[in-house]
Design a protein around this ligand. Structure first.
Ligand SMILES: NC(=O)c1ccc[n+]([C@@H]2O[C@H](COP(=O)([O-])OP(=O)(O)OC[C@H]3O[C@@H](n4cnc5c(N)ncnc54)[C@H](OP(=O)(O)O)[C@@H]3O)[C@@H](O)[C@H]2O)c1
Length: 242
């Protein structure tokens, strides 16, 4: 049995991925910034036959990272899969907005805390446990909106969507993927950024195209792959431009 921790797993893509990994035999730790919401989600997964427990993890509260690492070390002694899924886009109501000139500094800082600084620090704290796995996986849930190449290409699908804080925090997350993969060369741990598609969740908003279940299946396929690539950004298994 493999142990997977997913941040922001009480709803949206994170919850769907927890459900999918449970059905594939993983023991899933449901990371949630509200223990109550995490426990509700874990109970729902267990009622569907899954092996799931809630774990308090707030990307804005680094002390929860330490407590989570200590808990996993004491109870399991190893972590096989970390999915940095929790994310926020809080600067605009509509995606086709350019917030570069208007985003308040506090919103920019908070976005980077949840989408970049938090995942980096959490990963650093969990690495000793991931190193104990025979086939460790770190999946950073990114977005096609992180692509600088597409943002600099008029006519690309993502060109008009210049939500500056969200996009740039995910560009930074992709940089983490590349640098971490390099740092972990020669170990079994694979590090992958994933664009899940435009998914029907609160964050995805109006017009989203695919169900959380479909997005979760694609991500799960990567997690269980015997030899996935490392240091890449993928959408349905194919590389995206940086
Ligand atoms: N939906 C899309 O179309 C799409 C496209 C590309 C990428 N993504 C990425 O996919 C990931 C999941 O997004 P989603 O669509 O599933 O969004 P969602 O439905 O809005 O869910 C976001 C999750 O993140 C959690 N979260 C927010 N702030 C947190 C914090 N400070 N600490 C811990 N957890 C926190 C939320 O918890 P609460 O319930 O407590 O708020 C919730 O569980 C995100 O990284 C997002 O950027 C989504």
């Amino acid at each position: 049995m493999h142990l997977a921790l997913i941040t922001g797993a009480n709803r949206g893509i994170g919850y769907a991925l927890a459900d999918t990994l449970c059905s594939r035999g993983f023991h899933v730790l449901v990371g949630a910034r509200s223990l109550e919401r995490g426990e509700q989600a874990a109970a729902q997964l267990r009622s569907r036959g899954g092996n799931a427990d809630a774990l308090l993890l707030d990307l804005e509260q680094p002390e929860t990272f330490t407590a989570a690492a200590e808990h996993i070390a004491a109870r399991f002694g190893v972590l096989d899969v970390l999915v940095n899924n929790a994310g926020i886009m809080i600067e605009a109501e509509e995606w086709n907005t350019n917030t570069t000139l208007t985003i308040p500094p506090a919103v920019l800082h908070r976005t980077f805390q949840v989408n970049f600084f938090g995942p980096v620090e959490l990963t650093q704290q969990l690495l000793p446990l991931l190193r104990k796995s025979t086939d460790g996986r770190i999946v950073n849930i990114s977005t096609i909106l992180a692509s600088l190449q597409l943002h600099a290409t008029p006519g690309s699908n993502t060109y008009p969507t210049k939500t500056f804080g969200y996009n740039s925090s995910k560009t930074a997350l992709n940089a983490f993927t590349v640098h971490l993969a390099h740092a972990l060369q020669g170990t079994p741990i694979k590090v992958i950024s994933v664009h899940p598609g435009w998914v029907q969740t609160k964050l995805g908003g109006k017009g989203a195209l695919i169900s959380p279940q479909k997005a979760a299946e694609d991500i799960a396929e990567l997690i269980v792959a015997a030899e996935p690539p490392t240091g890449v950004v993928l959408f349905r298994g194919s590389p995206l431009p940086w």
